[in-house]
Design a protein around this ligand. Structure first.
Ligand code: AVJ
Ligand code: FE
Length: 430
């Protein structure tokens, strides 16, 4: 009946909110000094993210939907991401860790009251289907991933949970096998999913010529071959902007990699370890992904090509939530899974590891779909549209299943690589 459907949806929302809060608190279960310190000018101190997710929840759930008087209006400006660049946030009069925990717990209690009395069938699009709760929950998960990137940059060992992953099943790996996707029309973007973002809408038909796409993300072994072949020293593989970036910053390997007597090592959450050859490469910029693809005689897929390869369902394997043998998500381990670890997660075309492991750079700029309408605010997507940000797809090992789907679009500057970013290649039909 409708009554039990509503109760079940409210229970699901409450459980999702509890899970994401558990995550945020785990990443900030550290001494005050570590939480207040700025680990990199690219990132906020962790204590900023912690209070920011609560402030966002207050703005959207308590004030906008619940009509509740602002709890602490004087702090809004501190946690407005557009007011202060990340590099300036440590010098703001931020809430301390205990104060921040108390503030976000208070907001959460009131948010659950709003959920309790909310009409999920209300025509207001913020309320319908619990959209505003999906917005807030996904936002907190996105900041969870940001916190992990901060912890990785901090070089602090010990705070990040490790875990087991299935073995890979593809030896060799120098040349990734490719999958052919035939010419045709497919529907791009989110249809029925009630919690999809404005930038995933509207769903629309796209014609694509036939193309080839790699079955797997590019591995560390394959990427190391590019570096060892002088890939970083040869301007012919790079766009002019990419070449300028490599030269001026002295870039010669993925972020966190070092070379020692012909062996590659990487720093991962405060520990040095040999680079595992059979894992997808991560911590590469768009410029590096694009240069590798050219060196390999290929190119990056467009985001339409990437999405079509998922086969027009919620996830590549279907509409069901991911199981452990389908994808590496939700920080079950603190690294990507080896190439070939998830045959059961393949798309109908046989493309693997599209969702989870590493975010995949695409060739596309972050642009609106035809008929785009901003909802519920311009600062989530619209202000980033243009030819400045490249689209990433598929989520990483650090992404929560509720904050990823085949239609989900992420974006970043082409120089960025502190994120858990990798890629796969594509190729037009001859
Ligand atoms: C979608 C990941 C690019 O983290 O900058 C967080 C998401 N927006 N708070 C980001 C976001 C507002 C955004 N990305
Ligand atoms: Fe945010």
């Amino acid at each position: 009946s409708q009554v039990t459907d509503v109760a079940a949806l409210k229970e699901k929302i409450a459980a999702e909110l509890a899970a994401v809060r558990h995550r945020s608190l785990a990443y900030t279960d550290a001494d005050d000094e570590l939480l207040m310190r700025q680990h990199s000018p690219l990132m906020s101190p962790l204590v900023w993210d912690l209070a920011h997710v609560g402030n966002y929840e207050e703005l959207w759930i308590l004030r906008e939907v619940g009509g509740i008087t602002p709890l602490r209006p004087e702090i809004d400006e501190l946690y407005d991401a557009f007011k202060h660049p990340r590099s300036g946030r440590p010098s703001l009069p931020l809430l301390g860790p205990d104060e921040a925990r108390k503030y976000i717990a208070g907001v959460r209690g009131m948010a659950l009251d709003v959920l309790d009395r909310m009409d999920l069938a209300h025509p207001d699009p913020l309320r319908a289907g619990g959209f505003v709760f999906g917005l807030v929950m996904q936002h907190e998960h996105q900041h969870g991933e940001t916190m992990l990137a901060t912890l990785q940059l901090s070089r602090e060992p010990g705070l990040v949970q490790e875990g087991d992953l299935p073995p890979g099943r593809s030896p060799g790996l120098a040349a990734a096998p490719e999958v052919h996707i035939p010419e045709g029309i497919f529907v791009m973007g989110a249809g029925a999913n009630p919690w999809a973002y404005d930038n995933e809408r509207p769903a629309h038909r796209r014609h694509l010529c036939g193309y080839w796409i790699d079955r797997y993300p590019v591995s560390n072994a394959a990427y190391a071959a590019f570096a060892e072949d002088g890939g970083y020293e040869n301007s012919r593989w790079w766009t002019p902007q990419g070449w300028e970036w490599v030269q001026s910053k002295g870039i010669s390997a993925p972020l966190f990699w070092t070379e020692d007597g012909g062996d590659w090592w990487r720093l991962r959450f405060g520990r040095e370890e040999p680079v595992p050859p059979d894992e997808p490469v991560q911590h590469v910029s768009w410029y590096e992904a694009d240069a590798y693809a050219r060196w390999a005689g290929k190119r990056l897929p467009t985001e339409a090509e990437w999405e079509k390869a998922c086969g027009e369902r919620t996830y590549p394997w279907g509409d069901a939530e991911p199981s452990l043998d389908q994808a590496n998500l939700a920080h079950r381990a603190a690294r990507p899974a080896p190439i070939g670890a998830f045959p059961s997660g393949a798309s109908p075309y046989g493309v693997e590891q599209l969702v989870g492991d590493v975010w995949e750079w695409t060739d596309s700029w972050f642009q609106p779909y035809p008929g785009y309408r901003s909802f519920p605010y311009k600062e989530y997507s619209e202000v980033f549209f243009g030819e400045e940000y490249r689209v990433l797809r598929g989520g990483s090992w650090a992404t929560h299943p509720s904050a990823i789907r085949a239609t989900f679009r992420n974006w970043d500057l082409p120089i960025r690589r502190q994120i858990f970013s990798g890629f796969r290649c594509a190729r037009s039909e001859d």
